[in-house]
Structures are given as C-alpha cells and as structure tokens.
Design a protein around this ligand. Structure first.
Ligand code: ADP
Ligand code: MG
Length: 291
C-alpha cells in the first residue's frame, strides 16, 4: 500500500506542475546521480527561427521552399514546424507533398509517385556534399552554432535551411541547481557537434554527446548506468522515448509528443525545467520522512 508521505508528496508535486506516475518514481528521483537532457524542445524552447535559406544555383527559390515546406508539413518535429512557419511567412500556401517516412536522428524521407527526397542533417544527405554546398556557405552557418537542414533530390543537394533555437529561460539556473545537488548533467542530441557545443556551453552542462540517434541515446544511458545507480533522462520527442524507457527516471516535457508522455515516469506539465530540481528536493524530503 502507498505511504501517506508518498501520497502527500505526489499531490504536492502535482500542485506544482509535476506529474509523478507512482511512488517508486519519487524514490528514484531522490537518489538520482546523473541526468541526461535532450536538446531541441527540452533545454531549448524548441521554437527555432529560420535565419537563412540557400538554394542550388539553377533552382527557383520559391518553388524549392514550396517543396520543402510541403514535405515538412507532414512532420511535427520542431524544425519542421519552423520551416512551415517560415514558408507561410513568405506567402507560400503550404500543402502536404508526397508520403513521409521518419528517420529518427537523421530527418525524413519523402516520396511522391515519381520522385524521392531526403530532408535532414549532413549525415543523412552526405557529409562531404553538405560541406561543399554553395562553396561551404551552409557549413559556415553550422560553425555559427546554427542547425542546418538539407533538402536533397535525385541530382544532389537542392537547398539548405539554417535555424536558430534559444535556451529556455530557466535552463542555466536549473543546471546550476542540479550540479549543486551533486548531480552530473549531460546533453544527448541529434544535432551537429558545433551547435551541441554552443548550447551545452551556454547551459553550463558537464558534458554532451552530439549526432545521437535514438539508439545512441539509449547506449549512452546504459553506459552511465554502469557507473551510476540512478540515472534520469529528460526529453520531449519520439526519438527520446527509448532513452526515457531506459533511464531509471524517464522525465518528459509536458508539450512533448504523446509517446514521450506515455513512456515517461514523470511529466513536467508546464515545460518548466525548474520543476526538476524542485521535484528532486521534494522527493529527498519525502525519503527523510519515510525512513
Ligand atoms: P534533438 O536531439 O536536438 O532533439 P532530434 O533527435 O529530434 O534532435 O533530431 C536530430 C536531428 O535530425 C535534427 O537535428 C535534424 O538534423 C534531423 N531531423 C529530425 N527530424 C527532422 C525533420 N522533420 N526535418 C529535418 N530534419 C530533421
Ligand atoms: Mg527534442
């Protein structure tokens, strides 16, 4: 049966925007030794803004943007939403184009009856070709810490979009509090090395791993679990769900995708990262009462 102190803590957490799906998860939180964070939509607001749009020399920019937005219109990934918003802002009536297949950690593959496109990061469309696109112009944007997405057709890379995301207001303070509570912090992201370094540095994280696939995120957590008894993972995306399931404490952002919310043990209802150190404090207090 559930202890009164546990019930009281679950209810207090709920009042503060933290959904805890059972007493055992509070016990895990109380003993957490390391926490891994996803980047986009977790440490960042997940509402990136398109800053640059580059197309292959002979291509028509408006037609290309129409195609790209039509492909991304199928996806609810934060980058996809940003690209669709940008296209609409350019006066393009966005209509879903082709059929879509998610390739987690890389991007999306789109098909129509007579064509196929890839939309995603350099690893997905070809690192060397991406590096040389527009004489290295797209890669310069990556050096600036931006996330760059490429569109590729049967002739090669057709376009590149650079997007800039921002850290959540409470991210720096949250990481500082976790470190003060003797918790190791790290970031696991599907994004490129440069962008990952910029965000991890700004947030003050102990470590980061860039260019993760959903499987790499799981492997990294298992690696952490080999030395730490209790490990948390905070994420929002479909791509984070396996990692959320692997961690001792899977923690989802309230605005996350359904599968992240279902897989998690704990949900930060208002997407407020500061609820996390608060929840840990509550759980530690509860442990002292229960013991
Ligand atoms: P993060 O770990 O930063 O939350 P994800 O794992 O969700 O990132 O995505 C990893 C990478 O895969 C993105 O940085 C992007 O390059 C690519 N990607 C994923 N979904 C899409 C999409 N719908 N359109 C374009 N690129 C995508
Ligand atoms: Mg994410």
């Amino acid at each position: 049966s559930i202890m009164p102190a546990t019930l009281a803590t679950i209810s207090q957490a709920a009042k503060h925007g933290i959904l805890v799906k059972g007493g055992v998860h509070l016990e895990h939180l109380a003993s957490i030794q390391a926490i891994a964070f996803d980047k986009t939509g977790t440490l960042t607001n997940g509402k990136p803004i398109v800053t640059d749009f580059l197309v292959r020399d002979e291509a028509n920019p408006l037609e290309t943007l129409t195609l790209l937005a039509g492909i991304e219109a199928h996806s609810n990934h934060p980058l996809a939403v940003a690209i669709v918003t940008y296209a609409k802002g350019e006066g393009i009536p966005v209509k879903p184009t082709g059929h879509l297949e998610d390739v987690p950690g890389y991007g999306v593959r789109a098909f129509s009856t007579d064509a196929e496109w890839l939309v995603g990061n350099p690893r997905f469309v070809g690192q060397v070709e991406a590096e040389h696109f527009k004489n290295g112009l797209a890669f310069k944007l990556i050096e600036d810490g931006k996330t760059v997405i490429f569109l590729k057709d049967e002739k090669g890379i057709l376009a590149a979009v650079a997007l800039q995301d921002t850290l959540r207001d409470e991210a720096v303070q949250t990481i500082r509090q976790l470190k003060r509570a003797n918790i190791q912090t790290m970031m696991l992201t599907g994004d490129n090395e440069k962008t990952a370094a910029a965000i991890a540095g700004a947030a003050g994280l102990d470590a980061y791993v860039a260019e993760c696939t959903p499987k790499t995120k799981v492997d990294r957590l298992k690696h952490l679990l080999a030395t730490k008894r209790t490990v948390g993972m905070v994420g929002d995306g479909v791509n984070d769900a396996p990692a959320l399931a692997t961690a001792t404490s899977g923690i989802a952002m309230g605005e996350g995708t359904d599968v992240a919310l279902e897989t998690a043990d704990i949900v930060l209802m208002k997407n407020d990262l500061s609820r996390l150190p608060y929840a840990i404090k509550l759980s530690r207090k509860m442990q002292r009462i229960v013991k």
